[in-house]
Design a protein around this ligand. Structure first.
Ligand code: ADP
Length: 174
C-alpha cells in the first residue's frame, strides 16, 4: 500500500489543488491532503477554516483523507507512514522552489520521495493568491473554486470590511 502526502497551505483550496489531489488519488492507494497550520505567509483564512473547506471539497473521494498538521512536512510524512510527497507544478518559477524543497527534504528524510504532477493546462495561472486578490477586488472567481469556497470568500471579505490588508496586492491592481 502506498500512501502519499499532499501538503499545502490551501488558503483557500482551489480547482488547481483539487485537480492535483484527484489525479494523485488515481495513482496512489491513499492520499493524505494535509493543511499546514501556520506557514510564513499572510493568511486570509485561519487553519480551522482552511481545513474545513479542504475537507468539504475533497472528503467525498474514497481514498483521500484531509488532516491538519504543523512542523516539518517530512516528519509528518514519516509519522503517518507516507512514502511520497506530492506537489503540483505550474510554471517554471514553481520549479526552483520545489526543487530546493525536494532536495532539503531528501537530506532530512532520504526514504521519502517527491512526486511532482504538472498542472492541468487550464489551471496554469491559478493560485490561492490570485483567487484572494480577485475576490478582494470584486471580480468573478466562480470558475476557480468550488461553490463552498466561493461562499466562504464572500463572507470573509464581508467580515473584513475595509480591513483588507491580509490580501497582498500582486498584479491585478492598476
Ligand atoms: P504551499 O504553501 O505549500 O505552496 P499551496 O496551497 O500554495 O501551499 O500549494 C500547495 C501545492 O499545490 C503546491 O505544490 C503548489 O505548487 C500546488 N498548486 C497550487 N496551485 C496549483 C495549480 N494551479 N496547479 C497545480 N498545482 C498547484
Amino acid at each position: 500500500m502506498v500512501r502519499a502526502l499532499f501538503p499545502g497551505t490551501f488558503d483557500p483550496i482551489h480547482n488547481g489543488h483539487i485537480d492535483i489531489a484527484t489525479r494523485a488519488a488515481k495513482i496512489f492507494d491513499e492520499v493524505v491532503v494535509a493543511v499546514y497550520d501556520r506557514p510564513l505567509k499572510n493568511l486570509l483564512f485561519p487553519p480551522e477554516e482552511r481545513l474545513l473547506l479542504t475537507k468539504a471539497t475533497l472528503s467525498h473521494i474514497e481514498n483521500i483523507k484531509v488532516v491538519g498538521y504543523s512542523g516539518l512536512t517530512v516528519a509528518f510524512a514519516q509519522k503517518i507512514g507516507a512514502k511520497v510527497i506530492v506537489r503540483g507544478l505550474r510554471v517554471i518559477s514553481d520549479f526552483e522552489h520545489e526543487f530546493r524543497m525536494a532536495l532539503a527534504n531528501k537530506h532530512l528524510a532520504p526514504d521519502i520521495e517527491m512526486a511532482a504532477l504538472i498542472t492541468n493546462e487550464q489551471y496554469t495561472f491559478l493560485s490561492s493568491s490570485t483567487v484572494r486578490e480577485i475576490a478582494s477586488l470584486g471580480g468573478d472567481y466562480s470558475r476557480m473554486v468550488p461553490k463552498i469556497v466561493k461562499e466562504a470568500l464572500g463572507k470573509r471579505f464581508l467580515d473584513l470590511g475595509e480591513d483588507q490588508n491580509v490580501v497582498q496586492p500582486t498584479y491585478l491592481r492598476d
